[in-house]
Design a protein around this ligand. Structure first.
Ligand SMILES: NC(=O)c1ccc[n+]([C@@H]2O[C@H](COP(=O)([O-])OP(=O)(O)OC[C@H]3O[C@@H](n4cnc5c(N)ncnc54)[C@H](OP(=O)(O)O)[C@@H]3O)[C@@H](O)[C@H]2O)c1
Length: 330
């Protein structure tokens, strides 16, 4: 395997590029929707906007006009700032709003309160990180979420990502009640699948809370790596080192070994969510191999300096050191 492909396998999910959560063609929606997307021009947003337009819906984007401004020239773009300028949203009506861009609860508080009487459904892109304890197997969607203590605009920035998103969810629900739709993705595998699913959910009037995870239950590291290997037609071989050894060598889960999360302790259920509700609501997945191939193809279209900057996990030198230790031990 060439260094590029080796790096690619390690980096695939971390690169934030396309991997898979998908939907097969859904039946024609009952009517054309007016969709407001808060954000829409970075990672997840474009993959919601494209299927929405393809299915004949009317889309409006709201952002500051800084990120990927070349995207969607045919779409209405409202300019403002979630921090202090929502005036472009005043006096307007939409069927649904997709809120991708909010991390802070005050952002959701302001937009949800402003839109609650002029928009039908508020879809908030949350995260699996809202769970304070992932030790259950299987994890279910109603597992324990960070308690939302009192926060202010001065203190919310120091709450941490999970608690911030948990508080932001509450703000959406406080304003929209049972018209709120909360989606909790893990590390997004194929953003196209998730975006298509969003449109399916909105066309069919879903509300409530759903995980956006998969493709399998449980998703093992082995399944994941083998899917990528098949997609990129690699001849890579895998050596399986046990958790104890890697922990002794201070190889940290997720950061040093991207996507690897040992199923123990408080994270035992991290990759073991019961996805029945999600699947019943129509989330399907492209094969991992397709996602991997498309991601690699996409990677090679990026400028050379971006390709060269792709880094994650341990270095090749550190990996060689671990192999040497592993084989001398066994
Ligand atoms: N990546 C993952 O694996 C993962 C996993 C779990 C959850 N999530 C969640 O998914 C979401 C990812 O969003 P994304 O970045 O891909 O969404 P996006 O909708 O594609 O892009 C973010 C948008 O927000 C706009 N924006 C940023 N700051 C703004 C501000 N102050 N006022 C108005 N607009 C603003 C940006 O445009 P301008 O710069 O032009 O304003 C951009 O259009 C986040 O909510 C994250 O928590 C991601």
């Amino acid at each position: 395997m060439s260094p590029t492909r080796r790096d690619f396998i390690i980096n695939t999910a971390v690169a934030g590029s396309a991997m898979s959560l998908g939907l097969h063609a859904c039946s024609a929606g009952p009517r054309k929707l007016k969709i407001l997307v808060l954000g829409g021009t970075s990672f997840v947003g474009p993959h919601q906007v494209r299927p929405a337009l393809e299915r004949g819906h009317e889309v409006t984007l709201f952002n500051r006009g800084r990120t990927n401004t070349h995207l969607f020239p045919e779409v209405e773009k409202l300019v403002g700032d979630r921090v202090d300028d929502l005036s472009a949203l005043e006096g307007r009506e939409w069927d649904v709003v997709i809120d991708n861009s909010a991390i802070l609860p005050s952002w959701v508080r302001r937009s949800a309160r402003l839109l609650k009487d002029s928009v039908g459904i508020y879809l908030f892109t949350s995260t699996r990180s809202v769970y304070s304890d992932l030790s259950r197997i299987p994890m279910d969607i109603d597992g324990p979420v960070y308690p939302v203590e009192s926060w202010t605009e001065e203190t919310e920035g120091s709450m941490g990502y999970g608690p911030q998103k948990a508080a932001a969810e509450r703000e959406a629900i406080a304003a929209f009640g049972d018209r709120a739709l909360i989606i909790r993705p893990g590390l997004i595998i194929d953003v196209r699948d998730m975006g298509e699913w969003y449109i399916h959910l909105l066309e069919n009037g879903y509300t409530g809370t759903f995980m956006a995870l998969g493709p399998d239950y449980p998703l093992t590291f082995k399944t994941f790596l083998e899917g990528i290997r098949e997609g990129v037609e690699s001849d890579a071989t895998f050596t399986w080192m046990d958790t104890e050894f890697l922990q002794q060598q201070r190889v940290r889960a997720y950061s040093h070994m991207p996507l690897w999360m040992p199923a123990v302790g408080r994270n035992a259920g991290f990759n073991r969510f019961d996805l029945t509700r999600t699947w019943e609501a129509g989330l399907t997945y492209r094969p991992l191999a397709v996602t991997a191939k498309d991601t690699l193809d996409y990677h090679f279209t990026r400028p050379e300096e971006r390709q060269a900057r792709l880094r994650s996990g341990i270095t090749a030198e550190r990996e060689a050191e671990l192999f040497s230790l592993w084989y001398s031990r066994t």
